[in-house]
Design a protein around this ligand. Structure first.
Ligand SMILES: Cc1ncc(C[n+]2csc(CCOP(=O)(O)OP(=O)(O)O)c2C)c(N)n1
Length: 590
């Protein structure tokens, strides 16, 4: 077999069923090897390498397995940088297979040369800066050694992406794997839990306990073990913004989201606790904003794969074994209170406010109303993908995670547009409906990936909160800088009408009122494939974000769109002058 076939077989042994990518001369052999294994292994063509990378990222986060992305050299490789940075920052197990020109041509003017030779750019240096696990294969036997090494590491123990740079002739080289080569590849082996729990048990014996659950909980499939532990501790639960799926949002013990986009009820639950248990989170700044003072006088303990960013009396490094460690901790604690009794912890927990739609004028359309209407259409087991900006902050605050579903927010890079590629990976990983919530700015960055959803008739509902602005930046400019220069606003567009015309097969709407959105959602509920709802927001709202709390407390709910007309007028005049100059000079040359 050739090296490309060997890699495709290797992926199959790792449990990979879909690989995402964009083709090109230097990666076509790998694409072909993957496609030859359909339907066991299928290549999904994305429209941009960033989307392919984020599709693989979401596929890994949601399946608990490995995400795989295939790109060519040159622009293809460079387009992958952002997605790999997110996977690295969020510790997502992802394998990037990056093609390079044939070795003999490298440094001699090869097409899309990324070898670093002969004055070309060096893809190795770039990817190595993103992940220590980057290797350029120079000979086929190096590939065998690398695959044997990587294949022996359980996916649960990967702490980020790995990059394999493969020249085209290496992909085509004949390789004979040693006997039993594939038998040694581990897909998901897990180590047994063996950590000493004594200190943790002692700390947690001091009630009341409040848990802060992070994204690792759902990614490691540890929700059931967490729920059992919480009952055993009679604890309350708060979650990180990217971890709404760690614990049932309608459980009486649930006290809301912590941090910058979070709920006052979560802060209260933590303030009232004597002991705080971090589970699967390191508590970075956006998660601990507003909690620093409260954390400083508590017993803080942590179960997670990396040391927390906050002072902690006890940290158990559970690697990829969070579920097992939670189970072990539970077993060491005193028995739970009698079933059916009201959780003591829930008595003073106020669940995050859910507004009454009836209390609002029926046609008013703001982010909160739109999200509450969307919530009625999100079934159990669905996945919600939340993008950046005001849209993301509002979704974190107002939208609940679906029961037994998943919730994804790329906090590693917080890069706009993550959700468009990720939705493709999510749909393939779960086979269930995926809901994307994004701003129009994020749509303009990566929204054409909707075409991939149309291509595969994927069950994805896109909700674009269209305020014709980079809303979050506009609010910052006005409320934090005290300026209003207008550069953050755009001209209005009609995404629904435009996309429906552009992509036959896509059901798409522009919704200007709550009634229109309700009707559109009702139609979308009948669909098996993709649909897009562009919600026209008349104002740029001040989002539920800690930095703007003071303004919101003063009743400032939106900001002016700035002086874009004044800014645009001189530009239009300048354009007209330039046009007439061009017309004159081309006339003069005739
Ligand atoms: C790739 C990337 N570039 C820039 C930013 C900085 N940024 C954060 S929010 C935002 C504006 C988001 O606009 P939009 O998607 O329309 O959402 P809105 O805030 O209007 O709801 C920008 C530019 C970012 N997060 N990611």
């Amino acid at each position: 077999m050739n090296a490309a076939d060997l890699i495709a077989e290797f992926l199959l042994r790792l449990g990979v069923r879909h690989a995402f990518g964009v083709g090109g001369a230097n990666i076509e052999d790998l694409f072909a090897a993957v496609q030859r294994r359909r339907p066991r292994l299928t290549a999904v063509l994305c429209k941009h390498e960033h989307a392919a990378g984020t599709a693989a990222d979401a596929y890994a986060r949601l399946s608990g397995g490995l995400g795989v992305v295939l790109v060519t050299s040159g622009g293809g490789a460079m387009n992958l940088v952002h997605a790999l940075a997110e996977a690295r920052a969020s510790r997502v197990p992802l394998l990037a297979l990056v093609g390079e020109p044939p070795i003999a041509q490298q440094g001699h003017g090869a097409f899309q040369d990324t070898s670093g030779q002969g004055g070309s750019i060096d893809a190795y240096s770039i990817f190595h800066a993103l992940t220590p696990d980057c290797i350029r294969i120079r000979e086929p036997r190096e590939l065998l050694a690398w695959l044997a090494h990587v294949g022996s590491i359980p996916i649960a123990d990967w702490t980020g992406p790995r990059v394999l740079l493969l020249a085209k002739d290496i992909q085509r080289a004949e390789i004979v794997p040693p006997p039993c080569f594939f038998e040694r590849v581990h897909a998901r082996a897990r180590r047994a839990a063996a950590s000493p729990m004594t200190e943790l048990v002692r700390l947690l014996a001091q009630p009341p306990v409040t848990v802060i659950a992070g994204a690792e909980v759902a990614r490691q499939g540890a929700q059931t073990e967490l729920a059992r532990l919480v009952r055993r501790l009679d604890a309350r639960v708060t979650v990180a913004p990217d971890a709404r799926d760690a614990f049932a949002n309608d459980d009486p013990r649930f006290a809301g989201v912590v941090g910058a986009m979070g709920h006052a009820s979560a802060t209260r639950a933590l303030a009232e606790a004597r002991s705080i248990l971090l589970v699967g989170t390191r508590l970075p700044v956006l998660e601990r904003l507003g909690l620093e003072a409260c954390l400083s006088d508590k017993n803080v303990a942590c179960l997670g794969r990396e040391a927390p960013f906050v002072e902690c009396s006890s940290w158990i490094d559970c690697g990829g074994n969070l579920a097992a460690e939670l189970g072990a901790l539970c077993a060491e604690l005193a028995p739970a209170p009698a079933a059916g009794s009201e959780p003591a912890s829930a008595r003073s927990a106020t669940p995050p406010a859910a507004s009454s739609l009836a209390a609002r004028p029926s046609s008013a359309l703001d982010s909160r109303t739109a999200l509450e209407l969307l919530a009625g259409s999100v079934p159990e087991g669905a996945t919600v993908l939340v993008d950046a900006g005001n849209a993301g902050a509002s979704a974190v605050h107002y939208l609940r995670a679906p029961r037994r579903g998943r919730w994804l927010l790329a906090m590693g890079m917080a890069g706009m547009g993550y959700s468009y590629g990720a939705a493709i990976g999510a749909a393939f990983a779960t086979g269930r409906r995926v809901f994307v919530v994004s701003g129009d700015g994020a749509f303009f960055m990566h929204g054409l990936e909707v075409h991939t959803a149309v291509e595969h008739d994927l069950p994805i509902t896109y909700l674009v909160l269209d305020n014709a602005a980079h809303g979050m930046c506009l609010v910052r400019e006005q409320l934090l800088l005290g300026e209003s220069s207008g550069y953050n606003v755009f001209r209005r567009s009609r995404l629904g009408a435009g996309l429906a015309a552009m992509f036959p097969g896509l059901t798409a709407f522009d919704c200007c009122s709550a009634e229109q959105l309700e009707q559109a959602l009702a139609q979308c509920r009948e669909l098996a494939g993709p649909c897009l709802l562009s919600v026209r927001l008349p104002e740029v709202e001040v989002p539920p974000f800690a930095a703007f709390e003071r303004a919101r407390a003063l009743g400032v709910t939106s900001v002016a769109r700035g002086n874009e007309r004044q800014r645009a007028e001189p530009m239009r005049a300048e354009n007209k002058r330039a046009q007439s100059r061009r017309a004159q000079s081309s006339g003069a040359g005739r």
